[in-house]
Design a protein around this ligand. Structure first.
Ligand code: WT7
Length: 651
């Protein structure tokens, strides 16, 4: 069937589940009915049936001190045992947990029994280093099995991991280590990316010089890149010397359901990243429930692949905790999609017979640009379900994904959620919901969302408003590490007892939800969240910069791109002879300070910034400019001629 991709935008298509798919689907309509009849009872049932509790809980939700929720609070469990040991005990030890594919083409398949042993060894090693319940361990690793092992080993001993994406700079790593007061860092010498080894241990060394807390006692280093590394014998240990030789006997203790599991930093509207805190029982319940029902997981036969890095929430919930709690077999890939050739992902799908693929719209759009002949050189017939996450997926990309990757008839689920929500909140259920390209569709069973206007009134009909979550949910964040005030202020102050997600949304005549992007100063670049304030403060930290304004401008591939407008200090004018070299220097500076993902697509050197009479920068006007539009209403500017001057400078 040929698709009129051009027309997809004008069409409201709907795709009924095929009868064959529906007949074997994990999800059922009755989930909605059960959850609607008794929401808490529904989640209690899920927690009991999906997880193994050492001590059963009797109370489902404690919401007596909002917004601080407790789920299953008097229950006890061990998260790692739920992801590992119990599967081995159930006779599934020989099932492959991870098919790992290194970027250069080396690979390892690891069974549940092997993964369990490795996690026990790592748990013993960490305990040997003095790590105890509640201690923080920073993890700065490439996408190698040891990343999963490290997270689970930390969880196993009741400690708290803070995974920092390997693309973040030494400064970003240092501030995260300081904020969490981590006592151990787990890293690698380096990992593979785009055909080269990128160093990690040297970045950790630099970060530990920068970190002010001096909390880190040990650095555990996996050998992966074989790159030269400096060694501090008092502090550093090789994984292959310590973990590999540790005992594979480890009795796991059960912890309270509310025992903290991890901190994951994400960008907010201010310069300082927020340490989002997640706990154990509720988080694992919703991660497992959604992984099973949204991805139609048949663990005994599926090969699942989520392409996210473990440095992001998607990697936490849908590479580590959801799939492993469900006993799934999955692919873990170290590298970039186009190395050593542009068909690398599709080669991996063919090699492992991937059946479920979960990725981001930005990846789909970049494959669209390359053309269908690249995926079509490989056998993709094993695929039976596709997922999308990170930003709205435009209908053209949805249709392309379904047809070119999925062969035309398999479900595509667009999943809306956030670092803070911990697990999927809005999505179709495959086999149940009629699919509608471009819309994330409906709240998953047991989740209550609403669209409100600025004053907190329910928006009737098709009008747009602010997306809120109206009832506490099991995998909700429990706070911002060390900053309860910021937690209340950011998410709860606006609507009282309802969670404010920061996204605009509208509901169509069928009740399906369409996400409209962030309503705050947060950008979404390739499905990653970046803060305008954080990049602005990085820019003004450069000695040349007097002032900076950053906007997220629409970008064909990455969704949004970072565009910066910078005023240079007059005193530095003689330093800067070439404007385009200065712009490059500033772009590089941001990449070094924050990480390559934050590098601005463009830096415009300007003489003035558009400000209101009260001195607030009008980013809306800069966005118009960055997106090549006619500049909008300037009447509230202190000086209305400013935009004309800036426009002239930019063009
Ligand atoms: C923000 C959360 C959830 C894991 C990846 C990003 C945007 C996420 C969708 C979607 C439209 C989406 C929202 C959200 N977003 N998924 N399916 N449709 N927008 O996690 O870094 O915490 O970012 O990503 O704006 O608030 P995150």
């Amino acid at each position: 069937m040929t698709v009129q991709i051009d027309h997809a935008l004008e069409e409201i298509r709907r795709f009924r589940p095929s009868p064959e798919f529906a007949a074997q689907a994990v999800a059922e309509e009755r989930l909605y009915e059960e959850a609607a009849a008794d929401r808490l009872g529904f989640w209690a049932d899920q927690a009991r049936s999906l997880l193994t509790w050492e001590k059963p809980f009797t109370q489902t939700l404690d919401w007596t001190n909002p917004p601080f929720a407790k789920w299953f609070a008097d229950g006890e469990l061990n998260v790692a045992v739920n992801c590992l040991d119990r599967h081995v005990a159930a006779g599934l030890g020989e099932r492959v947990a991870i098919h790992w594919e290194g970027e250069p083409g080396d690979s390892r398949s690891i069974t549940y029994a092997e993964l369990t042993d490795e996690v026990k060894r790592a748990a013993n090693t960490l305990e040997g280093l003095g790590v105890k319940q509640g201690d923080r361990v920073a993890i700065y690793l490439p996408m190698i099995p040891e990343a999963v092992v490290s997270m689970l080993a930390v969880a196993r001993i009741g400690a708290i991991h803070s995974v920092v994406f390997g693309g973040f700079s030494a400064d970003s790593l240092a501030s995260r280590i300081d904020d969490a007061e981590a006592s151990v860092v787990i890293t690698a010498d380096g990992g593979y990316r785009k055909g080269r080894v990128f160093p990690l241990k040297p970045v950790v060394d630099e970060a530990l010089e920068k970190a002010e807390g001096g909390t880190v006692r040990n650095v555990l280093v996996v050998k992966r890149g074989e790159n030269e590394v400096a060694w501090n014998a008092d502090r550093d240990l090789w994984w292959h010397e310590s973990v590999a030789t540790a005992s594979a006997e480890h009795d796991a203790q059960a912890f309270d359901a509310e025992n903290p599991l991890f901190i994951l930093y994400t960008s907010g509207t201010t310069g300082k990243p927020k340490g989002i805190l997640h706990t154990s029982g509720g988080y694992l319940t919703q991660a497992a429930f959604t992984h099973k029902n949204v991805f139609d997981l048949h663990a005994e036969r599926d090969v699942y692949w989520c392409t996210a890095d473990v440095g992001w929430i998607t990697g936490h919930s849908y590479v580590v905790y959801g799939p492993l709690a469900n006993g799934a077999t999955q692919v873990l890939y170290e590298g970039t999609p186009d190395t050593p050739h542009p068909g690398r992902w599709w080669e991996i799908v063919e090699k492992y017979g991937v059946t479920i693929l979960y990725t981001a719209p930005t990846a789909i759009r970049s494959f669209m640009k390359l053309g269908r002949q690249i995926p079509h050189a490989f056998n993709l017939r094993t695929l039976r379900l596709l997922g999308s996450v990170g930003e709205p997926i435009n209908p053209e990309a949805w249709i392309w994904y379904r047809h070119v990757i999925g062969g035309g008839s398999i479900p595509v689920v667009d999943t809306w959620w956030q670092t803070e929500t911990g697990a999927i909140m809005i999505s179709a259920l495959p086999g149940v919901t009629d699919l509608k390209p471009g819309s994330a569709q409906v709240a998953v069973p047991g989740i209550s969302v609403d669209i409100l206007d600025d004053d907190g009134n329910h928006v009737e009909g098709e009008g747009g408003g602010l997306l809120t979550i109206t009832e506490p949910w099991p995998s909700m964040l429990r706070g911002i590490w060390g900053d309860p005030e910021r937690f209340k202020e950011t998410y709860w102050e606006k609507f009282g007892d309802k969670y404010f997600a920061g996204d605009g949304a509208r509901r169509d005549e069928d009740g399906d939800i369409w996400l409209l992007g962030r309503v705050d100063d947060v950008m979404n670049v390739s499905g990653h969240r970046l803060s305008t304030a954080e990049i602005e403060s990085s820019l003004v930290a450069h000695p040349w910069t007097a002032e900076a304004a950053v906007v997220g401008a629409a970008d064909e591939t990455t969704g949004q791109a970072v565009v910066a407008f910078v005023i240079l200090k007059a005193s530095q004018a003689d330093q800067v002879t070439d404007v385009s070299a200065a712009a490059d220097e500033l772009r590089k500076h941001v990449a070094t300070q924050i990480g390559a993902i934050a590098r601005p697509r463009q830096v415009f050197i300007v003489n003035e910034l558009p400000k209101t009479r009260s001195g607030k920068i009008m980013r809306r006007l800069l966005r118009d400019l960055a997106e090549g539009r006619q500049v909008g209403d300037t009447t509230t500017l202190a000086d209305t001629s400013v935009m004309t001057a800036i426009t002239a400078q930019v063009q």
